[in-house]
Write a protein that binds this ligand. Structure first.
Ligand SMILES: NC(=O)c1ccc[n+]([C@@H]2O[C@H](COP(=O)([O-])OP(=O)(O)OC[C@H]3O[C@@H](n4cnc5c(N)ncnc54)[C@H](O)[C@@H]3O)[C@@H](O)[C@H]2O)c1
Length: 496
């Protein structure tokens, strides 16, 4: 087992010339802005988790096979993804059991996906109304509001006093709603989920659900609290609600390809470009606006985007990997506006039974594109590619595309709201946390160049988020004198 050479060191703490700029951790308790002095030295001891409610005591041991299987063996109706695995709750605890109640919705993060998710929520059966919005960028809030008002006149009632643009705005928006949609950049998700559950609200949250291991533990703790409070939590892993995936994976679980020997999962394609800095913009403002390119906010694209395919692999296996190793770098995306993330990753994940999942994600234009998952079993193969899902070998079969026309984004909201209205147990947060953690494990491997055990990764104390938020607060990673950001260096970067 690989052990960190510098206990509690930053994920990106590097020796030599890079060290000054290279820390992402929020670890320092005194002396100027959080983390500033030690970040300057690149020395990042790590007792810094007080500001984040930790879940260590309530987190099931990740190597507990029951824990794995109950999260991932989901072969039935999409409406109950995750639900049957968590047991039955007393019906009397239902927050919304009646069929025709008006459900008030708040949206936190009003960008592209948040607006899309709110649109889908407002299209679900029964009475719904959008009552509050929170976004730290006022222009994004107003754009999202305008597009939703145009699509749902009469269902959007968000006067100026219910539009929140400060960093604590999410708390005020959450307080006004029955159901909360969390769709900011992923780094904020654990904090926002914890608050929503603390306030007793049902949640739809986008994937990924965190960008570091402490965030994952916070999500697992919130998932457990949500279960106790009978709150419903849906997550934007929409493949779990897509007919072609549900049918193909049910057949795989029923033995159509025999024992699974190998998985291949890919997200090779394009992405949004980096954003240039605006004149006079503070560092925090720039990073939040250009969030995709900062690991603390997006998790890197292996976490932000490829988590979808990794989740499918875990779902098929009914487990999470026990260790991984990988490689990656940035070949073409290396200007200032490209922040610090890689443009390609390859990871070999190993499951407890010795089978492997080979994972590729690449965001380099002009290269072979595919977004797909593939299974090699002892009796055949399965290809989950677009809608043409098919099984070959002893039990050949092809998904009938006529069955799968429904948009999975709409389906996931129909399923969540159906569960809320009919008090069905529904909690997708646990498997989402484990699949997000799998992607984070992959990034830990590609950044460090090391083989890393699941348990070490999940229990990592390295936190990527800053302690305080505000437009003048320092973000956890800073540019050098020339405006370039620190980038992980395999063989030198410490990641757990
Ligand atoms: N399920 C899917 O297929 C899918 C597709 C696209 C995006 N997503 C996910 O949705 C999330 C949002 O992505 P997007 O494309 O909408 O990004 P976006 O940049 O369009 O929107 C994010 C919004 O969050 C706001 N925000 C950031 N920090 C905030 C904070 N602390 N409080 C309040 N608002 C804050 C930003 O100002 C911005 O308006 C990401 O997690 C992304 O991975 C999922």
């Amino acid at each position: 087992m690989w052990t960190p050479r510098l206990p509690f060191a930053s994920i990106l703490a590097m020796p030599g010339e890079f060290a000054r700029q290279f820390s992402l951790a929020r670890n320092v308790s005194s002396g100027g802005p959080p983390g500033a002095s030690r970040r300057r030295r690149g020395i990042v001891p790590g007792k810094s988790e007080q500001h984040r409610p930790q879940a260590m005591n309530s987190t099931p041991h990740p190597d507990d096979s029951r824990f794995s299987r109950r999260q991932f063996l989901q072969t039935g109706s999409s409406a109950l993804a995750g639900a049957v695995l968590l047991g039955t709750l007393p019906a009397g605890q239902a927050v919304h059991a009646a069929g025709s109640d008006l459900l008030k919705i708040a949206l936190v993060g009003c960008g592209g996906r948040g607006s899309g998710a709110a649109d889908q929520a407002l299209k679900t059966a029964g009475g719904t109304k959008l009552v509050a919005l929170a976004d730290v960028l006022p222009e994004k809030l107003e754009n999202g509001l305008a597009s939703l008002q145009a699509r749902h006149p009469g269902k959007v009632e968000v006067p100026p006093e219910r539009r929140f643009t400060d960093f604590d705005g999410y708390k005020k928006a959450i307080a006004l709603a029955d159901v909360v949609i969390l769709a900011t950049s992923p780094g904020f998700r654990p904090m926002h989920l914890a608050e929503a559950v603390r306030q007793g609200k049902h949640v739809f949250m986008e994937k990924p659900v965190a960008t570091d291991a402490p965030g994952i533990r916070q999500v697992l703790a919130a998932a457990e609290e949500a279960r106790k409070k009978n709150l419903k939590v849906g997550v934007g892993f929409q493949r779990r609600h897509q007919a072609s995936y549900l049918e193909t994976i049910k057949r795989i679980h029923d033995g159509a390809v025999g024992e699974i020997q190998e998985l291949r999962v890919y997200w090779n394609g394009g992405s949004r470009d980096g954003l240039e800095r605006l004149p006079g913009e503070t560092e925090m403002h720039y990073q939040i606006r250009n969030w995709y390119y900062f690991t603390w906010l997006s998790g890197d694209h292996i976490v932000e985007q490829h988590c979808h395919n990794i989740d499918v692999g875990n779902w098929i296996k009914g487990a999470h990997p026990v260790r991984a190793q990988g490689m990656g770098g940035r070949q073409v995306r290396n200007t200032k506006r490209h922040g610090q993330i890689f443009d390609h990753h390859f990871v070999e994940f190993e499951y407890a039974d010795g089978s492997r999942m080979f994972s590729q994600c690449r965001q380099i234009p002009g290269c072979w594109p595919t977004v797909s998952e593939h299974v090699l079993g002892t009796k055949g193969t399965a290809d989950l590619l677009g809608r043409g899902h098919a099984i070959k070998g002893a039990n050949p079969w092809r998904f009938d595309v006529k069955q799968g026309r429904k948009d999975a984004f709409q389906q996931e909201h129909d399923d969540l709201f159906n569960a809320i209205r009919n008090d069905k147990t529904y909690n997708e947060a646990e498997f989402a946390a484990i699949s997000t953690m799998t992607a984070i494990l992959g990034r830990m491997c590609t950044y460090s160049g090391q083989q890393i055990e699941w348990h070490d990764a999940l229990n990592s104390k390295i936190e990527l988020l800053p302690k305080t938020f505000g437009w003048d607060a320092p973000p956890p990673v800073l540019p050098d004198a020339n405006g370039f950001y620190p980038v992980a260096m395999p063989g030198q970067t410490i990641s757990v």
